[in-house]
Design a protein around this ligand. Sequence first.
Ligand SMILES: Nc1ncnc2c1ncn2[C@@H]1O[C@H](COP(=O)(O)OP(=O)(O)OP(=O)(O)O)[C@@H](O)[C@H]1O
Ligand SMILES: *[C@@H]1O[C@H](CO)[C@@H](O)[C@H](O)[C@H]1NC(C)=O
Ligand SMILES: *[C@@H]1O[C@H](CO)[C@@H](O)[C@H](O)[C@H]1NC(C)=O
Ligand SMILES: *[C@@H]1O[C@H](CO)[C@@H](O)[C@H](O)[C@H]1NC(C)=O
Ligand SMILES: *[C@@H]1O[C@H](CO)[C@@H](O)[C@H](O)[C@H]1NC(C)=O
Ligand SMILES: *[C@@H]1O[C@H](CO)[C@@H](O)[C@H](O)[C@H]1NC(C)=O
Ligand SMILES: CC(=O)N[C@H]1CO[C@H](CO)[C@@H](O)[C@@H]1O
Ligand SMILES: [Mg+2]
Length: 667
Amino acid sequence: MALHMKTSETMSTFVIILALNFTALLGQRDNFVYNGFIGSNLQLDGLAEIKLNGLLQLTNLTNQQTGHAYHPFVINFKNSSSFSTTFVFAIVAEMPNRTGHGFAFTISPSHIGGSPAEYLGILNITNNGSSSNHIFAIEVDTSRSLEFGDKDNNHVGIDVNSLNSIESATAAYFNEKEGKNDSLYLSSGDPMQVWIDYDAVKKRVDVALAPMGVTRPRIPLLSTQLDLSLVFVDQMYVGFSASNGNLQSSQYILGWSFNKDGEAQNLDITRLPPVPRTKQSKRRHGQTIGLSVGIVMVVLIALFWELYIVRRKRYDEIREDWEKEYGPQRFSYKDLYKATEGFKDKALLGSGGFGKVYRGTLQKSKVKVAIKRVSHESTQGMKEFIAEIASLGKLRHRNMVPLQGYCRRSGELLLVYDYMSNGSLDQYLFNNERLKLSWTQRYKILQGIGSALAYLHEEWEQVVLHRDVKASNVLLDGEFNGRLGDFGLARLYDHGAIPQTTHVVGTLGYLAPELTRTGKATTKTDVFAFGAFMLEVACGRRPIEPQELPEKIILVDWVHECWRKGTILETSDPSLGDDDVVEHMELVLKLGLLCSHPLPDARPSMRYILHCLDGEAVLSEQALEGFPIDASAATAVIGYGSSSVVASNASSPPQSCSVNSLVSSGR
Ligand SMILES: Nc1ncnc2c1ncn2[C@@H]1O[C@H](COP(=O)(O)OP(=O)(O)OP(=O)(O)O)[C@@H](O)[C@H]1O
Ligand SMILES: *[C@@H]1O[C@H](CO)[C@@H](O)[C@H](O)[C@H]1NC(C)=O
Ligand SMILES: *[C@@H]1O[C@H](CO)[C@@H](O)[C@H](O)[C@H]1NC(C)=O
Ligand SMILES: *[C@@H]1O[C@H](CO)[C@@H](O)[C@H](O)[C@H]1NC(C)=O
Ligand SMILES: *[C@@H]1O[C@H](CO)[C@@H](O)[C@H](O)[C@H]1NC(C)=O
Ligand SMILES: *[C@@H]1O[C@H](CO)[C@@H](O)[C@H](O)[C@H]1NC(C)=O
Ligand SMILES: CC(=O)N[C@H]1CO[C@H](CO)[C@@H](O)[C@@H]1O
Ligand SMILES: [Mg+2]
């Protein structure tokens, strides 16, 4: 019932407004007044439209577009070209001081279709300056176009057939009370009134400007001698033309009065429609309210801000309908925020190519987790990616870091993994201050990671590629078991969710040579990376070490050279003792070499490597003969000079990246 009453109330208000505005249009062809444009039949094109409240909007916030509005009847200029017109406009910039190009009052022989931006929708590159245009315009220009000699980005000018104004002036009005000129900012969003008069006898154009509500200034802003009789043809259209360029504003006409032969009738400013308020003009309005009110407001706003906005913003996230099916794997940002105590630096575990990793404890279950924050710009491909990680989340292997779930926010994806209390393997291998792992421990880790990769490649329902096998992606749990982490992330690049991926590829030193050429990841490119990983575990150094002696910089080359000379064991990590090392060490080094073979087909499968490590198969050394050193790959690698850089043509390359698919169709 209440609802029904409300509707009929608004209806009657609407009818009253309509009635007022119909009488406003006096209906004469060459002498008319529009106090708002409800019921008018202006001819519109481009972005121009008449809003429900009667506001004529010439442009909205669309870039590189124009909008036109014309009085529906042609006006006869045969006997004399005198006329008088006045209108009220408002320009609301997209952001303060980032404004579109402006608009103009135009008199033209036909509807015009000029270019956007500095052409104001009036002319185009071919017809500027041509006397066959027969166009007269008063431009209200909010952008400085040097090619048309504009003095600034806030001026009014008189144009004839050209956008180079005959005369122009920075927006201002003569303040009668104070006897001085006050400047105006055209794009302030505040309504302003323009008066244009042409006297065909005196051959004179006057243009005045003032804030709405101020009476017409005695001294016009522009006043110039001009004979328009040659410009005008018999029948002309009157109207407005507006444009936006790369910056935009909403440009409005609130009311318009025109008279051919005689002074334009006054507008009734009390009946003009309101201009949509912007933050900017609201703020200014706020200043006019008393100071005490202001203080109360500030306090209230601050309270509101703290209680509502900040809290909401802090936990803001993105959830879409299609995500429902991944419910169990979906974490709320609030829970993750609390788990990490607000993603404090104290909780930071480290950062890599995809983003920062934080340690946290989920409040409800007390489970320790590692949360990786990956920033991404677009939502493109996100659906496929989430579907994939959800399916990979089901993948369980004792040598893989379990993925618990995810959370999405704008521009950000959070991945939740089990926390691995002993951190990543690289810290034990390359950090001299930390305790070193024994060979037995290392061998067990190699077997574990090998079995995880074999599982991904051959035992899971689809072929899954890891694509970023390296020591920093091998994590150690409480018992120093190796666990493969970070699978799947590379896929995010494929789906286009992370920009600048034209062709970036893995981490340098682990990149198979064919990967840099073809960009196609395969199980054999994973095997190559695993080979580099085996060598780094056995030798206790990174695949590329620029500080080493020249022959040792590239680990594979050095190990291969030593193997040829029969001194392969000299490459093993010097910090290891010589207990039962020898046998397994030689095996690992040779397997590592074999996996690093430049020809993908010569590399063994993960299954075979695993059998060798478990002592179920014997390595045939034959394959190591005729192992050609790929000179081009080697120089490419040296060129970067550091082991952790990434081959990339992007401007700020992430440390890891990918190509093709994680889950490939064939085996
Ligand atoms: N599940 C986890 N448990 C404990 N620590 C982790 C876990 N995941 C990552 N870390 C730590 O966070 C650090 C950063 O990891 P991140 O994966 O971002 O970098 P990265 O492995 O060096 O490079 P990439 O981006 O190529 O994977 C790791 O070195 C590791 O110490
Ligand atoms: C601008 O106006 C045009 C035409 O009326 C419309 O198609 C477009 O969606 C509008 N754009 C915005 C940002 O309001
Ligand atoms: C032009 O002026 C003459 C006389 O002043 C008048 O008779 C005639 O109707 C006018 N023509 C138009 C088209 O207004
Ligand atoms: C410029 O405008 C004129 C008149 O409207 C038109 O004939 C011409 O094709 C336009 N030129 C370009 C390049 O748009
Ligand atoms: C536009 O036309 C005017 C008048 O012919 C000329 O002075 C000016 O150089 C022209 N500007 C451009 C950019 O073509
Ligand atoms: C105000 O501006 C007008 C028009 O630009 C100019 O003629 C006049 O001299 C100015 N007056 C003062 C007091 O600056
Ligand atoms: C917010 C802001 O920068 N406003 C400025 C916009 O430009 C006008 C005129 O150039 C200045 O007066 C404003 O202060
Ligand atoms: Mg990692």
